[in-house]
Design a protein around this ligand. Structure first.
Ligand SMILES: NC(=O)c1ccc[n+]([C@@H]2O[C@H](COP(=O)([O-])OP(=O)(O)OC[C@H]3O[C@@H](n4cnc5c(N)ncnc54)[C@H](OP(=O)(O)O)[C@@H]3O)[C@@H](O)[C@H]2O)c1
Length: 308
């Protein structure tokens, strides 16, 4: 992470956040709006509610003419206050693309680097994590997640050791598409993890009855993947006007509707939409500004969505 001379931006934001509940004013020039932060329960560290995923969107970057466009996407992400980028060795050349783009980003940024270990075996896992670190070109990962529970008992021990040695800051475990929920319930209840990543969106609310309450109760941060159901949610609302009441919580597009719904659940820490387009990145980051819907507004949102 690039450092400011005295206090870095993350520390500055944390300081402001400590003084002003969970919403802080950023110094961004793009808008005089408030960026929304949520707290990582285990440490009290605050991160922006909108992060960035890299599955599929960053996988082909090296083999095409996409790199300049992806650089703009990443620049837009950071310039609008983004921090958490999520990847995995599963995502083709995505980690190499991230590393190349990060080396070209000239602006000050606060990267919260999150990737995954996705292989069987202790030594293989250690090697894979080190390869990922080199691909990103960073000193250490903030968050290392066990991807889809692959050899999780083995990797959990390794990650606990790495965390104790300061090689990573947080330990996480991931799932998606509603898989492994019973196993994850047990892991959250019985093991020491800092983050869980799972699929949650307005059309797929299954985790509201199981994993989210457990995570909230145990003080485990939640990252939401597939907040757009891989883009499928946009098909449902295609050509449908956004209701005017969404302005009450600073929502101005369907993308913002879906993201604000996901991150306004009290157990959710952030969502990681993926995109190849600057205009979509800007739209996504706008979801992390202003107000989030209240509980009654959230109910209105999914009831309205069900009518579409
Ligand atoms: N098991 C796991 O650990 C796991 C599993 C799944 C996902 N993940 C993580 O979660 C991230 C997000 O999930 P995902 O990539 O599957 O799906 P997603 O973020 O729900 O949807 C991505 C799709 O939405 C489109 N999109 C993005 N922003 C938009 C906007 N503002 N307006 C209209 N369309 C928009 C993108 O197309 P454009 O490129 O055209 O914008 C892309 O096709 C992944 O990238 C990955 O990092 C983790």
């Amino acid at each position: 992470m690039k450092k400011l001379a005295t206090i870095n931006r993350r520390q500055f934001i944390q300081l402001l956040a400590a003084l002003s509940a969970s919403v802080v004013v950023t110094d961004k020039s793009y808008a005089k709006a408030t960026s929304i932060y949520k707290t990582i329960p285990k440490t009290g560290e605050k991160i922006p509610v909108i992060g960035m995923g890299t599955s599929r969107t960053f996988e082909d970057g090296l083999n095409s003419e996409q790199m300049p466009g992806l650089l703009q996407v990443m620049q837009a992400f950071f310039s609008m206050g983004g921090s958490l980028i999520d990847s995995s060795p599963m995502y083709g050349s995505a980690q190499q693309v991230i590393g190349q783009l990060l080396s070209q980003i000239t602006m000050q940024h606060d990267l919260f680097a999150a990737t995954k270990v996705w292989i069987d075996g202790k030594d293989e896992g250690i090697l894979q994590m080190e390869e990922s670190r080199q691909l990103w070109g960073i000193k250490r990962f903030d968050l290392m997640q066990i991807h889809n529970l692959v050899d999780w008992k083995t990797h959990l021990k390794t990650l606990q050791q790495m965390k104790a040695e300061g090689k990573i800051r947080y330990i996480g475990i991931t799932t998606s598409h509603g898989r492994f929920h019973d196993q994850l319930n047990n892991i959250l209840l019985n093991e020491d993890v800092d983050f869980i990543q799972l699929s949650y969106n307005i059309a797929n609310r299954e985790v509201e009855s199981s994993l989210l309450p457990i995570a909230q109760d145990k003080g485990i941060a939640v990252i939401v993947n597939r907040p757009y159901q891989r883009g499928l949610l946009f098909r449902v609302v295609s050509n449908k006007p956004l209701p005017s009441w969404t302005k009450d919580f600073d929502c101005h597009s369907w993308g913002q509707y879906f993201l604000k719904f996901a991150v306004s659940h009290p157990a959710v820490t952030c969502a990681i939409p993926a995109t190849t387009k600057v205009k979509h990145m800007k739209d996504n980051m706008q979801a992390g500004l202003g107000q989030l819907p209240t509980t009654s507004q959230r109910i209105k949102m999914f009831k309205y969505f069900e009518t579409l």
